[in-house]
Design a protein around this ligand. Structure first.
Ligand SMILES: [Zn+2]
Length: 154
């Protein structure tokens, strides 16, 4: 389905393994994303689309190289333009989506939005077991006896 389908909508699932450009970041290609996209034509005859993407993608944590589950809850409003000149005509609150030549595919659009949302260097946040070089971990440090003394002083 192309973006020419103004006034239509798309509601369905996009399998993660169909998102080729996301693949290098993924720990697993399992799963599906729920996608809703509604195409419309505003009163100034600007083609617009509003959509949402929900689901979870499994990324590779760049610190511990483990799996990082990233929940996605994305909402976007795009105005479809044929050239940069048309950006000024877009309704407020719409991001420009430049479509020229070949009809754009829904999956490409979904992939673009996800790539924008995914951190360039994904790492676990607030996870203690997330450490670099976890295979060659140094022996745990002995507790500093002075630290105990410090506590007693209080
Ligand atoms: Zn990690």
């Amino acid at each position: 389905m192309g973006l020419a389908d103004v006034g239509r909508s798309f509601r369905g699932v996009v399998p993660v393994d169909r998102l080729d450009r996301l693949a290098p970041l993924l720990a697993s290609k399992e799963g599906e994303l729920s996608v809703e996209i509604a195409f419309d034509l505003d009163e100034r005859r600007i083609r617009t689309l509003k959509g949402s993407i929900r689901g979870v993608v499994s990324l590779v944590c760049q610190r511990c190289l483990g799996t990082l589950q990233l929940p996605l809850e994305l909402h976007f409003s795009l105005g479809i333009i044929g050239s940069d000149d048309e950006i000024a005509r877009l309704p407020e609150g719409y991001e420009p989506l430049l479509v020229s030549g070949d009809p754009m595919k829904t999956f490409d659009l979904v992939e673009d939005e996800i790539l924008l949302a995914v951190p360039s260097i994904p790492t676990h946040k607030g996870v203690e077991s997330c450490q670099a070089d976890h295979v060659n971990q140094p022996a745990p440090e002995k507790e500093n006896p002075f630290a105990v003394l410090g506590k007693l002083k209080h």
